[in-house]
Design a protein around this ligand. Structure first.
Ligand code: RP5
Length: 149
């Protein structure tokens, strides 16, 4: 994430990854304030064994796009609702990537779905995760079926 001020929103992703037993690392690396750190982090991601990067940032949110520029592993962008425009600034900055450098962008503050998408990507080659994901979906469906108002 771009700042510790993103931590509250991004913590929804941590819970999901932990519930699926997916190892992850959390980092604050700003595309603006420490671009050299981001270049180093993203350009070594694949060789360090990372399978995907979830990049959450607000404002002029370049984090996901610049991360994607430095790696060919999947990058999932979470636009964060900062102090202005209801997060529309971050949404457009994250989703409107020029062709050739994709960022899979989730909803504003959509850290939970970002983690679920990462799990889904991993589940293509991981049977255990495939089963856990199916169980998660079934449980979610069951909750709806059992809902009474
Ligand atoms: C972005 O600027 C960060 O991702 C954060 O959402 C926003 C504000 O950062 P702080 O000024 O709170 O550190 O780069």
């Amino acid at each position: 994430m771009g700042s510790t001020s993103d931590l509250e929103v991004m913590s929804a992703a941590f819970g999901v990854l932990e519930s699926f037993g997916v190892e992850y690392e959390k980092k604050v690396i700003s595309a603006h304030r420490a671009p050299y750190l981001l270049a180093e982090y993203a350009s070594t991601a694949r060789e360090r064994g990372l399978a995907a990067i979830i990049a959450g940032a607000g404002g002029a949110a370049h984090l996901a796009g610049v991360t994607a520029a430095y790696t060919t592993i999947p990058v999932i962008g979470v636009p964060i609702n900062g102090k202005a425009f209801g997060g529309m600034d971050a949404l457009l900055a994250t989703v409107q990537m020029p062709s050739g450098i994709p960022v899979a962008t989730v909803a504003v503050n959509g850290a939970k779905n970002a983690a679920l998408l990462a799990v889904s990507i991993l589940s293509v080659t991981d049977k255990d995760l495939e089963q856990k994901l199916a169980a998660f979906r079934a449980e979610q469906t069951q909750k709806i079926e059992n809902t009474q108002i």
